[in-house]
Design a binder for this molecule. Structure first.
Ligand code: BG6
Ligand code: MG
Length: 217
């Protein structure tokens, strides 16, 4: 049996969620907008543009188009300075074990990320060659929870959506996987990701037996 396994990037493969958080937090602070961890949760999986719109809404601030773009670039520059220092040590625990297991069992592997920086990060952590298809923020027009990113990944893998499994750490991403008709696996907190078909704290808690069962389904 061959299935399509689609990985989100930020917060699933690497812990870049903390860098996004830092950069948004500094930006919000500079605009005197309070920014909590709970609000940050709502930005996970959400595109750069949509994230800034949300933050500005929380602060009841409106910016001219020019200022909006400058603010977005500022955030990205800070974020890029963090990721430029990334190494393979920042790959989350057991991600490589799962990727190797999928390769050994001839499964198809894709990346489905909202990030425009996805390729840079995969290069930094030397994982690019695992992915047969990469769909990222530069290839999609509709952000998660829209299923576009995952449907494009399935198409790239030439696997029907109902034969695909998605690993996601964000609420928006789980919703996107569900509306694509795929099996959704949450990586993170069960309470936050309660809409997922299955949830694991991280990959260390996901036995190879579980993956074997998914492949058989
Ligand atoms: C998602 C992250 O993967 O990518 C979001 O969860 C981020 O936090 C989004 O805003 C867009 O990323 P980037 O790298 O294009 O700003
Ligand atoms: Mg994510």
């Amino acid at each position: 049996n061959t299935k399509g396994f689609i990985f989100d990037l930020d917060g699933v493969i690497v812990d870049t969620a903390k860098y996004h958080y830092l950069a948004w937090k500094n930006l919000a602070t500079s605009l005197e907008i309070p920014f909590s961890e709970a609000q940050n949760e709502q930005l996970k999986g959400v595109s750069r543009v949509a994230s800034l719109h949300k933050i500005l809404t929380w602060g009841a601030i409106s910016l001219s188009e020019e200022a909006f773009n400058a603010t977005m670039n500022k955030k990205n520059e800070e974020y890029l300075s963090y990721i430029s220092k990334m190494t393979t040590s920042e790959i989350l625990p057991d991600v490589v074990r799962v990727l190797d297991f999928l390769k050994e069992t001839n499964q198809k592997i894709a990346l489905g990320s909202a990030s425009k920086n996805a390729r840079i990060i995969l290069d930094k952590v030397a994982l690019k060659e695992y992915f047969e298809t990469i769909v990222d923020g530069t290839n999609v027009t509709k952000a998660k929870p829209d299923p576009e990113v995952f449907l494009n990944a399935a198409e790239g893998l030439q696997v029907p959506p109902n034969q695909c499994v998605v690993f996601e750490d964000s609420v928006a991403g789980i919703q996107a996987a569900n509306s694509a008709g795929m099996i959704s696996i949450g990586i993170g907190d069960k309470t936050v990701l309660h809409e997922a078909d299955h949830v694991f704290r991280d990959f260390t808690e996901m036995p190879s037996e579980f993956i074997k069962e998914l492949i058989k389904k």
